[in-house]
Design a protein around this ligand. Sequence first.
Ligand SMILES: Cc1cc2nc3c(=O)[nH]c(=O)nc-3n(C[C@H](O)[C@H](O)[C@H](O)COP(=O)(O)O)c2cc1C
Ligand code: SF4
Length: 490
Amino acid sequence: MWQPPERIKHERPVAIQPTVAEAAAARLFQPIAIGPRTARTRTWIPAMVPWRATEDGFVTPDVIAWYRRFAEGKPGVLVVEATGIRDIPSGPLLRIGHDRFVDGLSELARAVREGSEGETLLFIQLIDFLSIRRRPPRDKYFARFLAVTERHRERLFALRGHTLPEDEVALRAELAKLTDAELREVLTARELEDLERGYRERVTDMHLPHVAELPRVLPGLFADAAERAMAAGFDGVELHYAHAYTMASFLSALNTRDDGYGGPREQRVRLPREVLAAVQARVAGRGVVGCRYLSDDVIEGGNRVEDAAWFGVELARAGIDFLSISKGGKFEDAKAPKVGWSAYPYTGQSGYECMPTIYSDARGPFGRNAPLAARIRGDVRAAGFATPVVAAGGVCEFDQAEALLERGEADLVASARQSLADPDWFAKIRAGRGDEIRRCEYTNYCEALDQQHKQVTCKLWDRVDLDEPGAALASDGKRRLLPPRWRRAP
Ligand SMILES: Cc1cc2nc3c(=O)[nH]c(=O)nc-3n(C[C@H](O)[C@H](O)[C@H](O)COP(=O)(O)O)c2cc1C
Ligand code: SF4
């Protein structure tokens, strides 16, 4: 992963633990209405893909055990990982694109209700994404993938200065022999990217019929998925408008579609609004409908917080139930993957800003993105909307979360990695046992596992008590899949 050049190592904030009475009176543990539901506290575990679904997207016993374990810590809101809304093969990503997925998801929802004793609201993150392929071996790219055009012949002729073979196979072989510098002359930027990173579709690929028709199909697909979430017993849905995926790409300033769904902000927000309206119509007040989106794309030419604040107001105007704020996580600045691997959107600077580590610039990773959430919330409030705003990014400590709420930077506080390190951390604070919290080290071992699509675990607990009876192990046989139970110190 990219790291700020300063590479300043930051210490975690000093943890001052409240007493039971102080915690009970804290803002963090007060209820808040989110659309038609009420969260019992302002604690939130955002979506995290743990790679435990089957290859065809079904819920497994490991998925259920994972979410039950988080539910036992009784967060106010728990969001199930990004779940695909289409009925297409998506590797071991959880899916909700057909009714056959509902039974497994119902079981998951039941487990969370039981685990939290009904105290946690359960949402599911609904995602659409475009096609991406692995980086091809060079010979394969030139032999099979590159669509040879007149431009290639002309540029090659200019370089070589002699007649080129008529035969396409021979011409491809000539192209394959070019040096990297020569390739930059002959290939378009997009072709070069396909070679060096693997082919990736964009929302601006209007020549592809299935991309051109996204505005026609996506509202229905999201609404059908939301319907299934309701049938499975979820309290709500989180529309994934963040990171490297389809809906965030519609919002992005890089979206230059010329069909009324790209260009100025008003048109970039059109599909997100149409998807929201379709989902709201289908859910019809039976559950919460919110979204996660970016406070800043952190890529050249992408959205900045001014865009995000404007979108926040528009989505609030459209009656969205919450705005969960993330940052970055884009393909555009991702590192080139190894041959045979796919690009991963959390390897560049935008990825760093999404999941900042302790190796940082002067600002450091802790609460790093809260000012951006604050700016969005400020504009939403100034426009007259009370829509709850959720902030995330390096929140790992009671005082820090409480101060964030006190300053009005957000209405709920999301903690991903701290909750992965210790799903009981909210419960420990409330019980006056804050000193028993296993504190996240923010060095992203978990994120590296995610990158390789390996079952996600935390380095602080995955080798502990491996011989505990009933402890399920990862497929490598070396790591436990769930954090050990909280055994209260006497
Ligand atoms: C292993 C892992 C998987 C993640 N998967 C998702 C996801 O499915 N959807 C999403 O919106 N964010 C995802 N994230 C980002 C987190 O929700 C969160 O925004 C980010 O980790 C920053 O919060 P933190 O500093 O509290 O960890 C993931 C993060 C991690 C570490
Ligand atoms: S693996 Fe590291 S960064 Fe991830 S949750 Fe555990 S301590 Fe935190």
